[in-house]
Design a protein around this ligand. Sequence first.
Ligand SMILES: [Zn+2]
Ligand SMILES: [Zn+2]
Length: 242
Amino acid sequence: MVASTPPTLPNTLTIPDPPFNAVFCNNITPPQLSLYDSIVEIIIGPQKKTFTMHKGLLCFHSSFFKAAFTGPYKEAQSGLLILEDESPTVFSLFNHWAYDSSILRKLKPLVLIDLFVFAETRLIRRLQNDVVDICIWHASQNDSMDEESLHIAWRQTLRLRPLLVDLFIAQGDLSGARLFDGDYLRAIAVRSTELLRVARPQAVRPGAGSGRGLARCAGLLELQCYRFHVHEQEDPVCGGDR
Ligand SMILES: [Zn+2]
Ligand SMILES: [Zn+2]
């Protein structure tokens, strides 16, 4: 029996550092001081933990809370809202973020995802978009989400899936993707194919797109945070998403 020659890897595998291009918006207009007005109480979780927040700030960030505290409901009269099915931990982080958005940088990936899901349910677009930006920022620091966290995130949110595909292509390791759901792997394959197909030599940065397989696809990635943002008409213009 003749032993077949194993496939050889190229001697040099040029992967720029970081391999992809990250582009951030700077749409941060701070909330106006007039929003720091009266105080409302929010009671969270089965343990009934009480939080206090400025009503104006809470309503500025969330159309859910705005509806509750300014609509024709008893909450608007009493200044008190009970949400038994939310996690006090997550709400506490939201509360911190509303006053100081820099806390996101310190959070672990799955905590960020929990916060994103909370923001999605309670209609807090700025928080959703901040989580997107922070995930891309981590990846640009070569500190991307590990494959297990990516997979858990994939199962928890539909809205973030396009970003989770790109984050995997940017830095994921296929050996870590063995247990991924089939639809996640398919989405990665489709996106990789698309990146290779639309790549034009003149559009590729020097050094980008070299290497093989996923490394080549990563080099063709442009991770513009605003592509993954959620916006409504009344939001300030950010990045290039208008
Ligand atoms: Zn952004
Ligand atoms: Zn945006």
